[in-house]
Design a protein around this ligand. Sequence first.
Ligand code: FES
Length: 213
Amino acid sequence: MSAGALHSYFEQPASFTFTEANHKKIAELVAKYPKGRQASAVMPLLWLAQQQHDNWIPEAAMEEIARILEMPKIKVFEVATFYTMYNLAPRGKHHLQFCTTTPCWLRGSSDVVGACEKHLGIKLGETTPDGQFTITDVECLGACVNAPVVQYNGDEFYEDLNAQNVVEVIEMLKRGEKPKKGSQIGRQGSTSEVGATSLFDQAEKAGIKKAGK
Ligand code: FES
């Protein structure tokens, strides 16, 4: 895929320059790798570009990174398009990335996504007209034990979602409140949903109820 074909439906800035402060950070990042291996810094540079540019990376920034790291542009594009942590298009203020991989799907991610789409009036990959919410789907977020899971703005997870509590999460975000991180059904960490089924001594010390109690 050519860089120009990535996202032709919104305006791409003609150029991109890192700030002075970010140039200093880039020098520090590049210095961590052996001479001639500066291309290894491509991921943190993409992250810096995203942070600097309103949470998305324009093609001009990828070209600038290729220039700085003396690597082919296509290699920068390959990395940026592979990882869902990089946004290649503008995102809403609230970016919800729903895991729809098998464990989350088995535990109801389709219902969760459907409820979210219905509540916000948009489909996966879209942003609400007011620019507040973007919803996307991603592969396994590494929290399958508390599936279904959504990642919020790149760093917080809301887990044990269902068609009801995902709407509550959205409404809290709309009101400017912070939903509780982790399980939305009161599960302690990743313990069994029904309570402890073994290791009762340790469970009691940790304040975890026994299954069936
Ligand atoms: S499958 Fe959804 S977090 Fe792993």
